[in-house]
Every structure is written in C-alpha cells, then in structure tokens.
Design a binder for this molecule. Sequence first.
Ligand SMILES: Cc1ncc(COP(=O)(O)O)c(C=O)c1O
Length: 377
Amino acid sequence: MVDTKNQYRKIKQEVDAAVISVLESSQFIGGKVLNDFAVNLAAYNGVKHVVPCANGTDALQIAMMALDLQPGDEVITPSFTYIATVEAAALLKLQPVFVEVDPQTFCMDPAAVEKAITPKTRAIVPVHLYGHATDMEKIMAIAKKHHLYVIEDNAQAIGCDYTFSDGTVKKTGGIGHIGCTSFYPSKNLGAFGDGGAIFTNDDTLVEKLKMIASHGQSKRYYHDVVGCNSRLDTVQAAILDIKLKYLDQYNAARRKAADYYNKAFAGNARISLPFKASYSDHVFHQYTIILNDVSNASHGRDGLNQHLADKGIPSMIYYPVPCHRQKMFDSLGGNEFNLPVTDWLSERVISLPIHTELDEEQQDFIISNVLDFINSK
Ligand SMILES: Cc1ncc(COP(=O)(O)O)c(C=O)c1O
C-alpha cells in the first residue's frame, strides 16, 4: 500500500547524515534535536505547543488523562475508525459513545454528536479519517454550547487544511483543545519506527501533557500525578524533522495520484469516488472507494480485494468490523448502538494503494485490474 523504501532513497543522504549525527552525539533521549522537531512541527501545524510521544495511541490516552476524564465519563467518538481512537478511552474506563459518520466524508456526523450528548458527556473525539477533515466548525460550536472538550484524532490527516465559514484556515489537529497524531511509518508523516505527538494551544494543558508523558513528574524524581512513559526517540525526531520539510510535497503527490484514479473511475456506476467537502482539503492518507453492489461477496468488494491480491496488487479494507461491533466492546454495550451508515460503509469500502512514489504506469495497472473485475461482473 506504501513505498517507504523509494521515498527514503530520495532523501537518503539527508536522513543518513541526521541519524549519524544523533548516533555520534549519543543523545538518544530528549535533547536539542527532539526539541527542534517539536518547535518546527508546532509552527507547521499552527499550534503553540507540541509534545512528542511514543505513538498515536499513547497521544490519545495522554490527552484524555490530561483533561482529567474520570471512569464512567462519556466520550463521543465515531465507530468507523481505527480501534486506537476508542481503545484509549476504554483503557481509562471511560464510556465510549459511538456515533454515526457522514456517508460521504466518512467522518463524524455533527448532528449525531449533538443527539448523543448526555449529562455524563465530557469530550468529543472527531477522527479526520483517510485524510479528510471532520466538520470542525460545527463540532467546536457543539462543544462550546455543552462545555465539552474536543480531542482531534489527526493520525490520518496531518497537513490537512480546514476552512471556517469566515475564510479562516487552520490545520486539523490544531482546532480542538488537543490534537493527536501518529508517525507510524505508513502515515503521511511517517517515522522509521513508532512515534506520535500531541498538539495544544493551551499553556496550562501543555504542562500537564508533558508531565503525564513523563511518569507524572513535575521535576526529576518528583511525581505529582500518575502518568506513563511515552517518549519519541531522538533518532526518530531527527528523521521526522527532515521529512516534515517535504510533507506538503508528499501530500501533493498523494492528491495527484488520487486525481489520476478519480479520472479513470469517473462515471462508473459501481464506484463511488472519495468525496471532498468544501471546508476540507484532502491529504489522501487512504484512497478509499465505495463499491456499490455487494449482493454477492465474490462479485462485490471482497471479490475485488481477492482479485487484486491474485494480480499482486495490495488493497485493504479499512475497517471490516466497526469499533462498536468489536468483541472488546461487548461488555461496554457496543452492540447496543444502531449505526446503519457505519455498517453499510464497513461492507463496501475498499482502499487502493496510494503513496508518494506511485507512478502512472503502476496506477494504470491497478486501474485496469479494478475495471476488469468490475466490468466482468
Ligand atoms: C485514526 C487513528 N488513530 C490512532 C492511531 C494510532 O496510532 P499509532 O499506531 O501510532 O499508535 C492510528 C494509526 O495507526 C489511526 O489511524
């Protein structure tokens, strides 16, 4: 689905020099390189503070801890997301309240959020799925009205611009009270291992986030609150700082590849193309289409998935089982949620390879195999 090898080759000299410099400095944890990356990422994302951490899942957990969410507090999230979004809440014994997504953007439906609010609701966790923004203006207005926190899960949309109705543009991850991201290698800004970061504009909250990510310590060996141990390795920060300079270029390459697919599939009644709302940019972490006819598994989405695999083409189903239907949520009442749009999408979505190194020849091969399958059914 991605080609991190060829992406690395193009920046090998810069990356190798930066890694060697960290190795020679022996500063493997913390230090100037890590701090510089945090400052550069904050500037890029238009936020005051970035707290680097070990991965995107930790980022979400630390965010929920810093907001002092207590067991039993309700957190509204989409069910149509990667499990990490909700797992962090479950680990803290919060009650996930799953809401429906918009069938076009695949992101949390603000109207569904408003309906799900109860006196126990404390936070909303929108997920900017596949690289498209949730309608944040509406989410922030709901949060303000009901005095709720907003934690953005920006793991799949780093670099995505959101445009407010007054024309103001902000990057996703920098709109809510806290934003979280992942540097998993296949992400739009991917490390050479695990990594994550937390964004905030709040000067008080940032101290809490840093404290929790570092064993709850206010100063060395003085532990004020229960925290965890979540650090971004300095070697990863050095690599990410270089890749950050190319992020806009990487996202443009993803957009170009998406355009090429869109043109090839346009007008095909069995394929619904990725949608882009007027308020959102799209950074195509995934290129995800809906296959409209799934009356027979072998003729539908799963059949296409298998057909492409037979031709040596990777394709993925993100995600075949929505969170509320995962076994891990049986005891938290997952099955009690009625989310027909989420279920409908889970049966129909399929993601095709998209990355910075994809060329037209590769895309032509993928496209012709997709169309061969669809037209033969
Ligand atoms: C939407 C979403 N949230 C959270 C995560 C968790 O990130 P990580 O794998 O770095 O823990 C991911 C990525 O895997 C993700 O796609």
